[in-house]
Design a protein around this ligand. Sequence first.
Ligand SMILES: NC(=O)c1ccc[n+]([C@@H]2O[C@H](COP(=O)([O-])OP(=O)(O)OC[C@H]3O[C@@H](n4cnc5c(N)ncnc54)[C@H](OP(=O)(O)O)[C@@H]3O)[C@@H](O)[C@H]2O)c1
Length: 343
Amino acid sequence: MIQVAITGHGGPSRLQARTVPIPEPVLGQVRVAVRAAGVNFADILVRQGVYPGAPKPPCVVGHEIAGVVDGVGEGVDPVWIGREVLALTDYGGYAEYHVLDAHRALPKPEGLSFEAAAALPLNYVTAWVLLVVMGSLRDDQIVLVQNAGGGVGLAAVDVARHIGARTLGTASSRKHAFLLDRGLERAFDYGEPGWRERVMEVTGGRGVDLVIDPLGPKSWKASLGLLAPTGRLGMFGISDLAAAGLRARLHLAAAMVRAPRYSATRLVTGNRGVFGCNIHQMYAQRGKLNAWLGQILRGVADGWVRPHVDRCFDLANAGQAHEYIEARRNIGKVILRPGMNPR
Ligand SMILES: NC(=O)c1ccc[n+]([C@@H]2O[C@H](COP(=O)([O-])OP(=O)(O)OC[C@H]3O[C@@H](n4cnc5c(N)ncnc54)[C@H](OP(=O)(O)O)[C@@H]3O)[C@@H](O)[C@H]2O)c1
């Protein structure tokens, strides 16, 4: 089978397709013939060598797949074969086949394409944890979604609208019309000076109740200043570092030195909260993950979960998919599909 491995830290050319044996499922596992695999921004940071705790190259990234079960290991009922499933994966998604514990494969909703199904697991679970589980967002509150035009960002807009909260978001200006069409109340271009002042104006000077921020330490510090009393800041990414390209590792060190130190006294006197979220670190917490995914799958059935696939690339061209995202051309999800290009 074809899998795409990161062969060393660096640019998109470090993603190389290689032929390896098809993996065999063992005790308790199923094998999924992958029809679609999600590309996540974290994959770019792993390739650049700045993602904390990532495996060293050569390694295969990819945290979400959708496909068809085509093999079962010992102890798994053969009735699984032929089932259409989606799953969060512990790396390894950039491949034609993936083996995983059967209890991690959830039924793909009927009527959802494999591409849309692969756009669900990581983006929507992340948004759910940030807004519902940790962010405690309510229908009388305002959330600011930083990087609202990305995969997690669009998912967060869906979750916030489901809750009934007011939604503000940041993105490159060319994405604003799309975001407003999706139901975002106000969009701000975070590349333009003065946008934070406009957020304060829109909220009547009071600030927002929740900011979710994947940009990195400099932005987290500024986001804290946008919180109303009892407001919360959810930190969940370091996208800013990708702009540093091959110097990213130096920038990571510098960014961590500059990372805000949250003064307990200032949080107490300001009535503000700060939390972090990393879904991959939750991989062992299967019960929680499956419960959250269950909420998302119910949301598909109820119609408020609307995964948006921007573009599909052939699995073997994963480097082009990374280039596309790094050039900020995506709105929502980028997907890899095995066998799009005839070999
Ligand atoms: N903690 C977790 O569990 C978790 C889970 C999933 C994702 N994340 C994080 O959430 C963030 C978004 O992830 P995603 O997969 O949804 O990706 P994504 O949003 O699709 O990422 C692409 C978009 O990010 C924006 N961006 C901001 N800084 C950028 C930069 N330096 N270079 C290129 N683009 C930049 C661009 O949008 P604009 O043109 O609008 O700027 C770009 O189109 C990432 O930091 C990711 O690591 C964290």
